[in-house]
Design a protein around this ligand. Structure first.
Ligand code: SF4
Length: 484
């Protein structure tokens, strides 16, 4: 059976897209393989939100050139945010002539055509392919910005892996036009998936063993704006909260202008919705926010945080910040610094601004903060945040927390608390997929170590034994419900 290999870099949305593609390739009759050597089809799912991410994609493409020369029958495709308009595709084709297909995010049809034409796999139902591969905004065919979810590498887990935690895209694209950001150009206008379709998909995942879902969207709190009857994220939470077998519901990424009190209350009231909110602030200065085209003021953001803390006791908070945005004075940066100090986020994703070709900021706003100054601001934020995170995490020492065990690496089991804290623990038994109680024994700014509270722990191996039975597969049939 021909094999496929998908390499993924970037945010969770990219990883979710890769899972969707894997499902389609499964359905076409291919099988996942763990390295490029055994693959007949190789797909790189790219990210260009930072120069470093783009450099890695280019490096990966370069490393595959010799393989493609040695095996001309190999199908090599590039997808993700590096691929934009037809004009940009033509430029990529010129630069990487050995690549067979360039696909915008979720534009998987042309790849499946090649797979069928070359006799590597059968046809798959196509009506699902059009939903996200919609055209970009007319006249706006450039890109880039900051992926504030950070960079990840190494591909999605081997497609044969089993996991109790699934990603579920619920709204695609973005209607905001932050001046530094690629997403609206690469992923298009907002499109929410019908609520019933999402619920059905999650039911399928739960039947396959999932205990946790993370609902994904660039602006997750705008979910439903474009749907008949305008259901919102709170309605979706409510429906999913009723699903037997689903223990945890997470969601990413929220926009401060759309996080309504109704949604905040739902987070606090619905037992399966986890108490963690990622709410990118980007800057702690109104003038910089306006220049970024972020339509809120710092004081409004503060009030929102107050509301979350009031309605969701014990909530953990994370945010994204850009330092050295064009025109950001030292005093304006200090406003951001003070805001971070005042709120005390559990996690801050901080990035130095770098202009990305085609964005409004890159075209029209001179990048006038020196690199040395940006690095200094980055250092200051990182230093501040390390102290805050260490203090917050150390407050958990001796407490019992519950994690969902998601993987084992370096000889330790690893999972997250409801508040999204990563906790490691050592035990030789099989805890994958279990909700286990751990007493926190060590805390750093970045993670926790814990000891199993044996008397409260479930039976080891139970989850794996349950999911080992035939069950709905990750991907295939589920992917086909994307567009109904
Ligand atoms: S809200 Fe702004 S930063 Fe976020 S995806 Fe949309 S345009 Fe990009």
């Amino acid at each position: 059976m021909p094999g496929y290999y998908i390499w993924t870099i970037g945010c969770q949305m990219n990883k979710a897209d890769s899972e969707r593609l894997a499902g389609l390739l499964d359905q076409a009759g291919l099988q996942p393989v763990s390295s490029v050597d055994g693959a007949s089809v190789i797909v790189l799912n790219s990210c260009v939100v930072r120069q470093s991410a783009e450099d890695r994609v280019v490096g990966k493409l370069g490393s595959l050139k010799a393989l493609k020369r040695a095996r001309p029958d190999l199908v090599l495709a590039l997808t993700g945010c590096m691929v934009g308009s037809e004009r940009e595709k033509a430029a990529l084709a010129k630069r990487f002539a050995y690549v067979d297909a360039f696909l915008r995010p979720l534009e998987f049809g042309p790849l499946l055509d090649i797979v069928a034409e070359r006799g590597l796999g059968g046809d798959v139902q196509r009506d699902c392919l059009e939903m996200a591969a919609r055209p970009m905004r007319v006249g706006e065919e450039h890109a880039v910005g900051l992926d504030l979810d950070g960079e990840h590498d190494g591909g999605i887990p081997d497609a044969l892996d089993i996991t109790p935690a699934k990603w579920v895209p619920v709204i695609y694209g973005c209607d905001y036009m932050c001046t530094y950001c690629i997403v609206p150009f690469r992923r298009g206008r907002e499109r929410s998936r019908p609520l019933a379709e999402i619920v059905d998909e999650v039911k399928g995942f739960v039947a396959g063993g999932a205990r946790e879902v993370t609902l994904l969207g660039q602006t997750i709190d705008r979910y439903g704006n474009d749907l008949p009857g305008r259901p919102d994220l709170a309605d979706l939470f409510d429906r999913l909260n009723d699903l037997a077998g689903l223990d945890r519901i997470r969601f990413l990424t929220s926009h401060p202008s759309d996080m309504s009190e109704r949604i905040v209350r739902a987070i606090g009231e619905l037992p399966r919705v986890c108490e963690h909110v990622n709410l990118p602030v980007q800057a702690g200065d109104d003038e910089i926010l306006a220049r970024m085209r972020r339509p809120y003021k710092v004081d409004e953001y503060r009030r929102l945080i107050d509301g979350i803390r009031r309605h969701v006791p014990g909530a953990s908070l994370s945010t994204d910040v850009i330092v050295g945005f064009p025109g950001e004075t030292r005093a304006q940066f200090e406003g951001t610094y003070r805001l971070l100090e005042e709120i005390g986020f559990d996690v801050v994703h901080v990035a130095m601004y770098s202009p990305r070709p085609g964005t409004h900021a890159a075209r029209s706003i001179p990048d006038d903060v020196s690199r040395a100054e940006k690095k200094e601001r980055l250092r200051l934020v990182e230093e501040l945040q390390a102290g805050i995170a260490r203090r917050l995490n150390q407050a958990l020492l001796g407490q019992t927390v519950e994690i969902l065990v998601e993987e084992r690496s370096g000889g330790k089991w690893q999972g997250r608390t409801r508040t999204n804290k990563i906790v490691f623990f050592a035990d030789e038994r099989d805890w994958l997929g279990e909700l286990v109680p751990l007493r926190v024994s060590h805390a750093t700014a970045w993670s926790l170590q814990g000891e199993l509270v044996a008397e409260q722990a479930p039976a080891p191996g139970a989850w794996r034994a349950r999911v080992a039975r035939p069950a709905p597969a990750r991907g295939a049939a589920i992917s086909l419900r994307l567009v109904s």
